[in-house]
Each structure stands twice: as C-alpha cells, then as structure tokens.
Design a protein around this ligand. Structure first.
Ligand code: UD1
Length: 334
C-alpha cells in the first residue's frame, strides 16, 4: 500500500477527480469536506469509479478539533489542500467572507499538520496570481499580482507557505498554479456541476447546450487576440488530477518548496471553444457578444516546461476530449 493522502475539499470538482486518480494508483485516500459547494453522493461515485474504499469526514477545515481527530486517527503522509471559496465575482462583493474562510482553513490546517509532524503539502493555487502578465507564455518566475480578493487569498497563502518553509526547512511543499480546468471523468459520474448560475465559461456553455440557460454571453470581441475573444489555457481535469499525483511524488522525494504551472501551453479563444463544443457534441450553443467583463485579461496561457522538467507532468488530452467529456457528464446526469 502506498502513502495515505488527506484531501481537503475532496468532494469538489478538482478534488474528486484527483481522489480517483490517486486511488487508482494505489494511494489511500481520506477526504474532509463541508459540502458547502458539493454533494455527499460524490463519495459513492469516487468509490464506484475506483472500486476502492474512501474515508470521509464531513466537516470544516477551520474546525481544529475535527482536524486533530483526523490526524490522530489516520496516519496522514501528505495533504492536498483544495478546500476554499472560489467565485471571483462574489469575492469582490464579500471580501471578508473570502479572506476569513480561505485563510482560516489554511492556517488551521498548517497548525495541526505542524502539531502532528506531517509536513508534506500540495497546495491548490491558480494562474490568477500572475495578474495581467506582461508577456506570454507565463513562466513560474513572472511577477505576481492579483485583481480580486479570491486571487489575493491564493497569493497570500503562497506567501504564508513560503514563510513557513523558510522558518522550518523540513516542510516539503508543492504549489500548483492551475490554468483553466474543464472536462470531466470519462465515466460521466463526476464532473463540474455548480448549483447557481455558472461564472466560468465551460459550465455556462454546457447549461446552454442543455437548454437550462437560454444564451451564452461572450464577454468582449475586441481583445487583441486571434479572433478578438479572450484566450485561455484549458486543461482537462483528469490531466490536472494526474499533475497532483506527480506533485505528491515530488514532495515525498524532495524536501523543498516550489511552484509549478499546470496547463497545456496552448491557448484557445472563447469562440474556438464554443465552436469545438458544438461540433464534437453535435449540439447548438446560441451566443451573443456583450461588453467585456471587468477584470478579465485578453490572453493567458502557461509555459508548461518547468512542470515537465521537475514533475514529469505533461497534459495529454486535447480540447475536443475536454468538450466531449464535459457534455457527457451533464447528458448522463440529466
Ligand atoms: C476565472 C478566474 C480565475 C479562476 C478561474 C477558475 C477571473 C478574472 N478569473 O478565470 O481566477 O482561477 O476562473 O476556473 O474571473 N467568458 C465568456 N462568457 C462567460 C464566461 C466566461 O465569454 O459566460 C470568457 C471570459 O471572458 C474569458 C474566458 O471565457 O475570456 C474564460 O473565463 P472563465 O471560465 O470565467 O475563466 P477565467 O476568467 O480565465
């Protein structure tokens, strides 16, 4: 049996796919999730996909009593910390909610990890920490800045982790900066299913294709990009999940703190994504061009070379597979 991994936020979109990948590779998985933006049924689906057992604790990562109980009961080797609020727009309206939750969960987790001498961590960060990049593709050593409180919580946590590792070099930490994760597990059992009206592009496209929403608004067609619409580095969530396994191998093999971009290195425009989605799924996605969304940047894509060199990570799935799997998930769960 391989190491035991605690996944905070393991019922969420990226966490649940990561749990499947780790179980299939023979790791033991313990999940803590307060179900604030996910459903408990995900646990059964993870078990079904992997044909393995998962230990689930329903609760909040801010709850240090519960965390201590988990660390006492389970012998955790590595933690992957996903649990966080992630809606950019809401974070602008309710900054205190975001700072309180995202920082409190992380500080409580780090304190309890310290107490139990568990010092290997994979942290879920975001390409949002690069703000408006001066040039493309984005490398890990680019200057960091943010445009909204959600992004600032990610950047603040990165700083907390760097300070922690400096004060105690026995900590081994991988900070993963995700580009734009989309798609779903090929089984169609788990995927991205926001309860409210989606903020992100792919969940919105899917709901329009499914006739749950009427029309997609494309935010701006006058950007300095190939067709005027925003360009992003979309990565299949199963590739992203694999990146977490590679990061676990890294924190087990080497004691250091480092940051890695997880992207494909390819940029696709909004129109390219919409057209690909329509073609591969043979479905209509009506859209209209509207004003730019405040805070959006024209283009953002990764230089994935460092993650390949250091982690041996390379995304394998293309844009068509991402579009097919995203739609397969909603079709199957109608
Ligand atoms: C956003 C967040 C980022 C977060 C990521 C999570 C911002 C500024 N950034 O990235 O911090 O880590 O989600 O996945 O919000 N678009 C439309 N119509 C829509 C929705 C989006 O045209 O209804 C366009 C956007 O203008 C953008 C592209 O689609 O060009 C992707 O948008 P989205 O999926 O929201 O991701 P990001 O904004 O890149």
């Amino acid at each position: 049996m391989k190491e035991k991994i605690l996944i905070t936020g393991g019922c969420g979109f990226i966490g649940s796919h990561t749990a499947c990948v780790l179980l299939e590779s023979g790791y033991e998985v313990v999940i803590i999730d307060n179900l604030s933006n996910s459903k408990v049924e995900v646990i059964d689906k993870i078990k079904k996909i992997s044909s393995k057992e998962v230990t689930f604790y329903e609760g909040d990562v801010c709850d240090k009593k519960l965390l201590k109980k988990i660390f006492k009961q389970e012998k955790i080797d590595v933690v992957i910390h996903f649990a966080a609020f992630k809606a950019v727009g809401e974070s602008v309206k309710l900054p205190l909610k975001y700072y309180r939750n995202n920082l409190d969960t992380t500080l409580s987790l780090l304190e309890v990890m310290n107490e139990f001498n568990c010092k290997r961590l994979v942290f879920s960060s975001s390409a949002t920490v690069y703000g408006s990049p001066k040039s493309l593709p984005i490398k890990e050593d680019f200057p960091l800045s943010t445009t909204n409180p959600y992004g600032t919580t990610k950047l603040m946590i990165e700083q907390i982790l760097k300070d922690l590792a400096k004060s105690d070099p026995t900590w081994s930490i991988a900070i993963l900066r995700y580009f734009n994760p989309i798609g779903a597990h090929e089984s169609g059992l788990i995927g991205e299913n926001p309860n409210d009206i989606p903020n992100n592009l792919m969940p919105y496209i899917v709901k329009v294709a499914n006739k749950e929403l009427e029309i997609l608004s494309i935010f701006g067609s006058d950007y300095d990009t190939k067709d005027g619409t925003g360009v992003r580095d979309y990565i299949h969530v199963m590739d992203l999940a694999k990146g977490h396994e590679k990061a676990i191998e890294k924190v087990l093999a080497e004691t250091k703190i480092d940051c890695y971009n997880l992207g494909t290195g390819e940029g696709y425009s909004v129109l390219e994504l919409v057209e690909t989605f329509k073609r591969v799924n043979n479905v209509d996605v009506p859209y209209k061009i509207v004003e730019r969304r405040p805070g959006d940047i024209a283009a953002c894509y990764a230089d994935p070379t460092y993650a390949y060199k250091e982690l041996g990570f390379k995304a394998e799935r293309g844009i068509e597979e991402m579009c097919k799997d995203a739609y397969h998930f909603v079709e199957k769960n109608k």
